[in-house]
Each structure stands twice: as structure tokens, then as C-alpha cells.
Design a binder for this molecule. Sequence first.
Ligand code: CP3
Length: 336
Amino acid sequence: MSSLKEILINKNITCKSIWFMRQAGRYLPEFRKIRDQNKDFIKLCLNSALSSEITLQPIKRFNLDSAIIFSDILLIPYASGQDVTFLKNKGPKLGEFNLKKFLNRDLDIFIKNLDPVYKAINQARKKLDKKKSLIGFVGAPWTLLVYMLNLKEKDNRISLSKINSKKNNLDLILTKLNEFICLHIQKQIEAGADVIQIFDSWAGEIPEPELNSFCYLPNQKIVKFCKLNKIPVICFPKGIKENYANFNKIIEPDGLSIDYDIDPCWAAKNLTNVVLQGGLHPKFLSESDEKMYVETKKYLDAFKDVPYIFNLGHGLRPETDPEKLNKLIKFVRKYI
Ligand code: CP3
């Protein structure tokens, strides 16, 4: 069994595991080389040979304990029929959401559109050492809705008026989205993914009274689906602060990825019966070695007596120096 699974399933505290969110991507020169020749990001995600190669790039370079499939959470809206484009230095831009088209989307067509992702998982799994996990992933419904309904304003805040105007149809949208997400998870498992991570990157923007309907319930449904399929699942409800404790009690995921706002000592005390992951602010990879080690030690010390997966409090930044990441990995391996 891979070290990641050994921790998530058996809560084995002697087993240590390191991987990084966004480990396959823009900070790596070998990725940039491929990216420069493949201007269309969605097409690149749907090129099975290249996406399995990109998935394995950080494993080859750093011998990390797990690989995460090179793909994107926005392939779900893409496969459901919405236009998705990635503008250089501006991030994703989605076409107008068409309710009727979305609700009537045939599940077979949806899956057919994503078939190259499953082929990429299959190819990567074959080349990956058996002792390493291959992580499949999805975006949580709320985070997908932020992009699908274009809820982000210029200042990066979320416009709730836009979602309120869709209130009557929201349950229908969430139900269909859950169906797409669970199917996508099932297909990733069949293709060879052995752990699933759910990214709820915009959960912190949900007003407190709506947390239950937009964050807890949708994540709970997906976690239940993963448990039914006997696959370990890690949740990442970024930005919900002390509500992490409620989230953990209600949803009961196998793993919980903490963001950089969560104090590690608070987490060790208040987030129990779950395997914790992550925490370190990615910005410390741009500071001095000493500062990076001091900050890293805070997490390693706080979690030394509990099962813990080393990772960051959000994804690796594009400006990260791969050599600096190498130093961090060496430090963590020596310390744990
Ligand atoms: O983690 C990995 O290495 C696997 C691949 C992966 C990507 N996106 C590749 C990618 C994963 C797990 C994601 C998840 C994702 N995508 C999230 C959740 C995690 C998070 O960071 O909060 C979100 C919100 C997205 C949506 C998305 N995709 C955005 C906002 C952007 C543009 C800016 C950015 O953050 O990179 C992307 C593009 C994207 N997805 C790139 C990569 C490598 C960069 C593409 C490029 O070369 O321009």
C-alpha cells in the first residue's frame, strides 16, 4: 500500500508522505516547455500522452510520494457543454451558462468528452511506482459554480446577487453538478486513481448562514460517494477558518487539507479523528531558507504525534524556484 493510503486508511503515524498541490505545472521548466508548444490549455489537459507525462514530471524530479493527475477542475463545466478558455495571465473565462443545456446534458456525452483524462490516469498509473498513490480530483460544487455562473467580481469578491437571481433553479443545478462530479470520480477510480481530493477553493467566500447548503451538504454527498466506493478522500474547504471544526464533524472525510490561515496548534487540538494535510503558506518558498525552515517546523512539530501528510496551504506558485522546493522536501524528509 502507498504511504498516502497507509496514512489515510490506517492512520499510521509512522508513515510519512509528501506531495504538493499544483506540483505539476507552471513553476517547472519541463512543463513550460510543453505548455509553450500547446497554447490551448483544455486541449493539453485532453492530450492523454502529454498529461500523463506532465503528471509524472514532479515525481521524476523530486521523487514525491504521490502524483496528482494533470487536469483541471474546470473540465467538468467544459464536458457539460459550457465554453471554457484560459486567457494568458488572466485565468479562466467561461461562456454564458445555459441552464437548459446544462440540465439536459447527456451523461454519456459528458463522460465521452472526458475520456482522455481517464486514459491519462491509466497511462500514468502504469508508469508510477506501485508504492506511490495517484490522486484524482474534482472541484466542489460551490467552487465550480463560482466559475460557471461567473460570480467573481473584479476585486475577487463573490457576487451573491448573481446567485440569488438563480435561487429557484439552484437545487436543480446542484443536483446535476453532483451527478457529474460523482460520475467523474467513479471514472477516475476505474482508470486507476487511488485517492480523491475535493477542492473547494472558494468556500471561504460563502456567507456563514449559507455554509450548510453551499459547502457542507455538497461536500458531504461527494465524501459519502467516495466512501461507498471505498476510496480515501481528502477535502480542502479553503478559507472557512474555525468552521473547519464543524466541517470535519459533519462531513467526516478521511483527510482534511488545511489552508495557511489555520493555526497548526489549533488544528492539532480541534481537528481530530481525521488525517491532516498541508498548511504551510506557499509564499515561504520565496523567502530565505532559514525562514522557510522555521515556518515548516511549526507544522512538523504541531503534527508530530498525529498522522500528517506534508503539503502546502494552497497550490505552489508559478514563481517558485524548483531548487527551493527541493530544499524544502529534503528538510521535511530529514525532520520526520
Ligand atoms: O495540482 C496539480 O498539479 C494538478 C493539476 C491541477 C491544475 N489545476 C492544473 C492547472 C489542479 C489540481 C488544478 C485545480 C484547480 N484549477 C483549482 C483548485 C485548486 C486551487 O488552486 O485553488 C482551481 C480553482 C482551478 C481553476 C484554474 N485553473 C485557475 C483559476 C487557473 C488559472 C490560474 C492558476 O491558478 O493557475 C487554472 C489554470 C491551470 N490549472 C494551470 C495549471 C497547471 C496553469 C495553466 C497555464 O499554464 O497557464
